[in-house]
Design a protein around this ligand. Sequence first.
Ligand code: NDP
Length: 398
Amino acid sequence: MKRVAVLGATGSIGSSTLDVIARHPDQFCATVLTANHRVEALVALCVTHRPQLAIIADPALEPELARRLAAAGVHCDIASGHAAIATAAAGALCDVVVAAIVGAAGLDSTLAAARAGKRLLLANKEAIVMAGPLLLKAVRIGGGALLPVDSEHNAIFQCLPPGQTALGRPQASPAQAGVRRLILTASGGPFRGWTREQLATVTPDQACKHPNWVMGRKISVDSATLMNKGLEVIEAHHLFAMPIDAIDVVVHPQSLVHSFVEYIDGSVLAQLGHPDMRTAIACALAWPQRVESGVASLDLATCAPLAFEAPDRATFRCLDLAAAALRAGGDSPAILNAANEIAVAAFLAGALPFLAIADVVESVLAELPGQVVVDVPTLCERDATAREVARRILRHAC
Ligand code: NDP
């Protein structure tokens, strides 16, 4: 029986994870559930999944969580605050940690799980974008394993030879494994094919209406700007130790091919499936075994024809901004991520036009050249500085 801590349980990845867990009560149980501020949603999950510990990130909401759980007849332990989430991620109640908090807020708990040697199922891509080498070092020292949940990285993980993946163990170089290139697929988001003129007035609701995936609002906007793909290029670079020039992006509007690995003999391996995160989650939860995930069979004879095209990098500038931050090195990816989180929040609040997200990110990167990453506290200070610069730019822009 694997005991699973689901960090960000009330989110899209959290609920897909709990769906898979509930299908296999003989193999998995959810022992820790966390949320940010949606107490009611957390209580509903506790009623269904009966964890040993429920944590709400906002300490002011702990009394309400306690009251509602008691009213619902759930008698689990209760805690609050980010430190409590990190402590639980490293604690004795779980063997597996699903890192599904959105944004830099998930960094502490992701690192804590890695240091404690847990099996870390990584959805929280912002954590590895910010702190890639530190996180992988923590996995190595902790002696656990990192399994990618992001569908593209999970696809690559499945297409690489066993032992070549970022499981926190010594790896052969990609060249030794005969890998020439990783090719990440991108749906293109809701605005694929749109011009800058059309994009000038798009609303948050339009941006969050993804054609294929049902996701949280922040990643939906990232998907619409192609920043999501940029973050994923950085994630792939760290996870699979591939140079950026060996990581390509191709737009695939049907979202059925989740990524490719090209080998030096010309073989190109792909992983296919419906756009449903339960496949990647089930793969990572059960690895190296397989379990049923609830995802339907893919009927290749009736599914939409598979199309591929180059991304429109001129219109969707965030993809190249992310690549430039990775090339710049040091903490530039963390600066990019922080600026993007602030800009996306402003766009979602109706305070920033869609196209200006890239402008804000570019300005913050220009103002804060990358510095060598020393340790986590310094990285967090730089993250805070980048957020402050982004907010100042926003104040002047609005
Ligand atoms: P959601 O917005 O749906 O859920 C986010 C979860 O994190 C919620 O449980 C939320 O709690 C919690 N949370 C938000 N802010 C904080 C905070 N400051 N402190 C503690 N908890 C917090 O996001 P998704 O599930 O879509 O995405 C989660 C992560 O997975 C992201 O990093 C995303 O990039 C990645 N990912 C998502 C995919 C998807 O299909 N959704 C695919 C691949 C990767 P509350 O409900 O209380 O707000």
